[in-house]
Design a protein around this ligand. Structure first.
Ligand SMILES: C[S@@+](CC[C@H](N)C(=O)[O-])C[C@H]1O[C@@H](n2cnc3c(N)ncnc32)[C@H](O)[C@@H]1O
Length: 436
């Protein structure tokens, strides 16, 4: 089955959903071990992402035919891949999907299982795609946009129904690839021209002067990537280093730094200054060093494996001019890129993460010089991990104040981007000044 894109899709989905694994990592691992052609690799990737994006819609379709039956997870995944292909992929004839699905069930399971698969898919074929619930109620939205009920409720509670629907409508649209130009090595326009000459379709970012946006294509094999002329980074993340208002001789602490996307951006502003980049995972600090080396900032970046909650025990008070806490978070802002995340998170996770974020902020609060600038950022739109953290931090640290971030995107002191606003990841940035 190593050369069958449908069988590999089922295996990928089963691994992702059972192990709560990242889709991109599982897909890449399986692609490396399979014998799929390029076209079949694209089909397999399409099926896996399509099923993850539409999982509740597909379950809703299967509901009437599997009611009361005990279905093994991999058979459920097989059925979902079949319905996804029949409904969403026009080029594949229904009978081909049905035959192949039956064959996969037979080879991996038993004749009994293959009969079940045939029966369910024949029923679906006969009755067609069930119309989806059209209301604005939480349950209808949950099915229609394939998002857990708790998350739909949270979005409505925090952002109101209109914004919630806007966000939900946006999360299954294809994501873009964006790159941050290493402007110490090449100008944005020169790099754009060089990549366009190689056939890439590229636009300037709407929200960052150093960003370029591509619809698709892999850039890792280009000379420009290997020469450190750019790095792959979401546009929203490109707003973080500028929010630190960096000066060439600043001493900077980046507390949660791997793989170093923001560390290298910070380094690009520094001349005499340095950035100390921490991450809790030793193996991940290697990624920061590799990125620093490729982009030409090896001597400006120092890495250290450390739990940032203990940072106060490792550095003298007032060691840094600027501190970035790009905190561990639920990652809900990445929902378009990582569709599986929505099924793995629970509300309790958000509150646990809020506690970790506050502990990190508390630990570094004495390490910033008076009049220094602290930036807190997350890749989530959840208020509990953003505004609530800002409020709690200010309540417990009277020597800090919120300070506006210069930008054209918002009149608020903080920046909050939803995936629906500029088609970036969802993101939040707040900046503080230490008063005394
Ligand atoms: C949002 S990611 C950081 C992305 C990074 N700033 C960038 O731009 O490439 C959060 C990082 O925090 C690290 N992390 C999680 N808990 C931590 C802790 N208590 N102390 C330090 N790092 C932590 C994770 O390993 C992860 O690499």
């Amino acid at each position: 089955m190593k050369n069958n894109p449908r069988a590999v899709s089922v295996e990928a989905l089963t691994r992702i959903l059972q192990n709560k694994a990242y889709s991109n990592i599982e897909i890449n691992n399986l692609l490396k071990r399979s014998d799929l052609s390029n076209a079949d690799s694209r089909l397999m990737t399409n099926i896996v992402y399509g099923v993850l994006q539409n999982m509740y819609v597909l379950e809703y379709q299967l509901g009437p035919y599997i009611k009361g039956k005990k279905i093994k997870p991999w058979i459920m995944n097989l059925l979902m891949t079949a319905i996804y292909q029949m409904h969403y992929l026009d080029k594949i004839p229904d009978h081909a999907v049905l035959n192949e699905s039956t064959e996969i069930a037979k080879q991996n399971g038993s004749i009994g299982l293959s009969k079940l698969v045939t029966g369910v898919l024949r029923n679906y074929q006969r009755n067609g795609f069930r119309e989806l619930p059209t209301g604005q109620g939480e349950k209808d939205l949950s099915i229609r946009y394939s998002t857990p009920l708790w998350l739909v409720k949270l979005l409505i509670k925090q952002q109101g129904i209109n914004k919630a629907v806007e966000v939900l409508e946006s999360i299954n649209q294809p994501s873009h690839v964006s790159i941050r130009v290493n402007t110490n090595k090449i100008s944005v326009s020169d790099l754009k021209e060089r990549l366009e000459d190689q056939g890439f379709e590229i636009k300037n970012s709407h929200i960052s002067p150093v960003g370029l946006v591509l619809n698709s294509g892999s850039l890792f094999d280009t000379d420009e990537f290997n020469d450190g002329l750019f790095t792959i980074q979401d546009e929203s993340s490109m707003l973080v280093a500028p929010a630190l208002d960096l000066k060439p001789d600043d001493l900077v602490l980046d507390t949660c730094a791997a793989p170093g996307g923001k560390t290298t951006h910070i380094a690009s502003y520094l001349k005499k200054g340095h950035v100390t980049a921490l991450d809790i995972h030793e193996r991940k600090t290697k990624l920061i060093r590799e990125n620093g080396q490729r982009l030409g900032y090896k001597d400006i970046i120092q890495t250290k494996a450390m739990d940032a909650r203990n940072a106060k025990d490792h550095f003298p008070a007032q060691s840094f001019d600027k501190i970035l806490v790009d905190a561990p978070c639920s990652g809900l802002g990445l929902i378009r890129r990582k569709p599986e995340l929505r099924y793995f998170r629970e509300f309790e996770d958000l509150m646990n993460l809020q506690k970790i974020q506050l502990d990190i902020l508390d630990s570094i609060s004495d390490l910033l010089k008076v009049d220094g600038r602290l930036v807190f950022s997350t890749c989530t739109f959840d208020d509990e991990e953003n505004e609530a953290v800002v409020a709690e931090f200010l309540k417990n640290h009277e020597n800090y104040e919120l300070t506006p971030i210069k930008n054209d995107l918002s009149n608020e002191d903080t920046i909050k981007l939803f995936p629906s606003d500029y088609f970036t990841d969802g993101f939040f940035i707040a900046a503080f000044r230490r008063k005394k």
